[in-house]
Ligand binder design. Structure first.
Ligand SMILES: [Zn+2]
Length: 459
């Protein structure tokens, strides 16, 4: 069959992140429409037809696009607050402000978060949105619209909370939904927006927030709903010692046993953090193929601890990387998390053997695709997979003296993105977003952050 529209990229190093970690010191890749047609060493084959663009990528490293597996976009409006708190104190400090968000705020925050991710090489983003104040508008619709405008591939994890203070939960009562309300709204969001096709640009997951903000009924019925609808499940788990204590006091067991008892372990589940896991917890995740979103900067910011990523990988647990919400990771960047994952894990038990540079890159690409259930489509550069890829500029002052391009990307300064493609369509050129106006996004996020601070200040 004749190619519809070919783009040829050549003269760059390529880290494919395929099963053998194949790398080409100087190679080429051909995009045909939305797919990768071919790639390999040296220049592209001669005589290709319908080549609409030829990119000389000398001085660059090409990798699969980065995949973010945990985030809370709305927090873009509450960055830099409660800066010296642990998780529970930080949540209690911020819930009253978060409970005042509305649709224009969430839309602006989503654009700010997405723009920052995309500029830094993210091609697949996700948002775990669990704050749905009464009459706040169509928040899910606003977030999905922002993702479409940015041009990234996207998973909305439709979150929920129904365990307010009066029922022994952490969030204030005015910030939670009812059990039935949350389930019905989640089902509606899946039916409206979830695309099951190969190469889907928008998917939806069922995502009650955490054991300390969600009733056991919502955990259990949320899992049943997801399986009835055939979508994935996401939540926070084993983030802090305080959460572990909460689970032991309230349920008489640790978080992993609690998740198992509510139907929350399985290959269709991925969980953020998983910091406080013992050997049998890790074995349970491995046995059930439950995925993990590792969020090293957020875990450090909230003094949560160091997740046992090397032990998880050795056991066969799928692990991806997450920025987490920007109220606990103000940079909002995923490419810097490659470095932080490596550094923070080397401070743990395995020291210098904890993670290699290649493993760090794998966490941010293929590992992310695995935990989002999309490893057959994205996460590595292979013929037939979707053309989601990034060209990192490594020939300037910041990186030019580092011979190994993967070491330069992971250990060096945050590398500039010369080009980023999603579904064969370019979304970033020379560090600028092509489909949304970055300066307008900056202005609107400032305006909405000030409006939220004003409204929250009025109580
Ligand atoms: Zn989170």
């Amino acid at each position: 069959m004749a190619a519809a529209r070919r783009i040829v990229i050549e003269n760059c190093s390529i880290a494919t992140v395929d099963a053998d970690d194949t790398e080409y010191p100087s190679g080429h890749l051909v995009i045909d429409g939305d797919r990768i047609e071919t790639l390999g060493a040296g220049r592209a084959p001669e005589g290709l037809e319908n080549v609409v663009r030829r990119i000389d990528a000398t001085g660059h490293l090409m990798t699969p696009g980065l995949v973010n597996t945990h985030h809370h976009f709305y927090q873009w409006l509450t960055r830099g607050l409660a800066t010296d708190h642990n998780l529970f104190d930080w949540l209690v400090a911020l819930y009253p402000t978060w409970a005042r968000i509305d649709e224009p705020m969430v839309y602006a925050a989503a654009r700010g978060s997405l723009a920052t991710l995309a500029r830094g090489g993210v091609t697949t983003a996700m948002d775990h949105h669990y704050v749905h104040p009464k009459d706040s508008g169509d928040l899910s619709g606003a977030i999905i619209r922002a993702a479409r405008e940015t041009g990234v591939r996207f998973t909305l994890a439709r979150g929920s909370m129904d365990l307010g203070e009066k029922d022994g939960g952490l969030p204030p009562d005015f910030a939670v939904e009812t059990l039935d309300g949350a389930l019905a709204a989640t089902e509606r969001t899946v039916q409206e927006h979830h695309d099951t096709s190969f190469g889907a640009l928008t998917q939806v997951a069922v995502a009650p927030c955490s054991p300390f903000s969600v009733s056991t009924e919502l955990m259990r019925e949320g899992a049943e709903l997801a399986r009835r609808l055939g979508v994935r499940l996401h939540t926070h788990g084993s983030e802090t010692v305080e959460e572990e204590q909460f689970c032991k006091e309230r349920f008489g067991m640790g978080p992993t046993d609690y998740f198992e008892s509510t139907g929350w372990l399985g290959e269709d589940v991925w969980m953020a953090h998983c910091v406080h896991m013992n050997d049998s917890d890790i074995a349970a995740f491995a046995r059930t193929r439950t995925g993990v979103a590792h969020c090293p900067s957020s875990n450090a910011r909230l003094a949560a601890g160091i997740a046992r990523v090397p032990d998880m990988l050795a056991a066969g647990v799928p692990v991806g990387l997450g920025v987490d919400g920007t109220a606990s990771n103000e940079s909002g960047e995923l490419h810097t998390e490659l470095r932080n994952a490596l550094l923070i894990n080397r401070l743990g038990a395995h020291r210098e053997h904890a993670l290699s540079t290649r493993q760090a890159l794998r966490l941010g690409t293929y590992g992310g695709a695995q935990v989002l259930g999309r490893a057959a489509e994205i996460g590595s550069l292979e013929p037939g997979k979707l053309a989601d890829l990034v060209l990192w500029k490594l020939d300037t002052l910041a990186h030019a003296s580092i011979a190994d391009p993967v070491a330069a990307l992971v250990l060096g300064a945050a590398a500039p993105v010369t080009a980023s493609f999603v579904h064969g369509r370019q979304i970033v050129e020379d560090g600028r977003l092509l489909h949304i106006d970055e300066d307008a996004v900056a202005r609107s996020t400032r305006h909405e952050a000030q409006r939220l601070a004003r409204i929250a200040g009025q109580g």
